[in-house]
Write a protein that binds this ligand. Structure first.
Ligand SMILES: NC(=O)c1ccc[n+]([C@@H]2O[C@H](COP(=O)([O-])OP(=O)(O)OC[C@H]3O[C@@H](n4cnc5c(N)ncnc54)[C@H](O)[C@@H]3O)[C@@H](O)[C@H]2O)c1
Length: 306
């Protein structure tokens, strides 16, 4: 074990680790010294990621299974404890898309996306935080515990063709902040990233990689995950980051844009109508609770040439 690496001695579980961002983040955590528990649906791709990590001198065990299953969350923590004696880092990354406009979406398309993303984040978080809380109560001190969740700018934008995905990713941000608050005293730090990367999920949208360095390579996202999982992550919790290309942006929380107080203590509909009118004078209205500031952060945004 190389003691000088930032994650030396740490144990990290990564969901959806067989491909794309998860595979890259797992490799980066291993390169930073962590021992890995890799989750994804069973298959050769997951074995391949573990083989690569081992070939580079790292350690990896597998925990295949549907991340939204209660038993998979339980098994993820059990594998970490059995194989390495504990768990320090949980990277929730597994995901699927079933894009469709809200008026055409099937029950199955809605359920599948909410299940894998939102329930999938919850189930692993449930068992990891229970483990950390127990450890903290046993030792009487906060433990080393990091959660990196995966949200998306689809939530920030209210992506029109992805009502299921945008809702799941919004839920993940709320889960992240709730976890950060609820588990802080045990040492848990929980943050969310909104990545952009050229993967199987986004290949159709982004097209083929350019010649030379790819600004949308998943490798551009992995350093933030390594930092949040590492010692510096002790001072960061309940935050949401946008990360891709050469940029890492820290989002601010939602703010109160305007507040209206009734002159006589209680609004009538007519008085409220008159009070709100100046703020909502444009027509047709554009969605207001939307963050578009992240779009131009780097030149290589969706749909633009890198
Ligand atoms: N690529 C992007 O630009 C982008 C943008 C925003 C958010 N994200 C998020 O990043 C994460 C990774 O996406 P990606 O681009 O690497 O996609 P990807 O399709 O390459 O990888 C997703 C992985 O999740 C696995 N997975 C799916 N369902 C699972 C389940 N039930 N249990 C366990 N594993 C399961 C898949 O097998 C796959 O290996 C997702 O949460 C995605 O929503 C990606």
């Amino acid at each position: 074990m190389n003691e000088e690496l930032p994650l030396s001695g740490r144990v990290a579980a990564v969901t959806g680790a067989a491909n794309g961002l998860g595979a890259t983040e797992a490799a980066a955590l291993a390169a930073a010294g962590a021992r890995l528990v890799l989750n994804d649906l069973p298959g050769a791709a997951l074995d391949g990621v573990a083989d690569k990590i081992r070939a580079s001198g790292g350690e990896a065990v597998l925990c295949p299974g549907d991340v939204a299953e209660w038993s998979t969350g339980q098994e993820l923590v059990r594998r970490a404890v059995e194989s390495y004696g504990g768990l320090d880092i949980l990277v929730n990354n597994a995901g699927v898309l079933r894009d469709r406009m809200v008026f055409s979406m099937s029950e199955q398309e809605w359920d599948a996306v909410i299940r894998v993303h939102l329930r999938g984040h919850f189930v692993t978080t449930r068992f990891a935080t229970a483990y950390w809380r127990d450890r903290s109560k046993t030792t009487g001190a906060p433990v080393y515990a990091r959660i990196v969740n995966t949200s998306s700018e689809a939530f920030l934008l209210g992506s029109a063709g992805q009502p299921n995905y945008a809702a799941a990713k919004g839920g993940i941000v709320a889960l992240t902040v709730s976890t950060a608050r609820g588990c802080a005293r045990y040492g848990v730090r929980a943050n969310a990233i909104c990545p952009r990367a050229r993967t199987a999920m986004t290949g159709d949208l982004m097209g083929p990689a350019p010649q030379g360095p790819d600004p949308m390579a998943p490798e551009r996202v992995a350093p933030l995950v390594t930092v949040l999982a590492g010692p510096a992550g002790a001072r960061i919790t309940g935050e949401v980051f946008v990360v891709h290309s050469d940029v890492v942006a820290v989002l601010g929380p939602p703010t109160v844009r305007a507040a209206f107080h009734a002159a006589d203590g209680q609004w009538s509909a007519a008085a409220l109508d008159a009070a709100l009118a100046p703020l909502f004078s444009g027509y047709p209205p554009q969605p207001g609770f939307v963050c578009e500031e992240t779009l131009p952060l780097a030149p290589a945004t969706f749909g633009e040439e890198a």
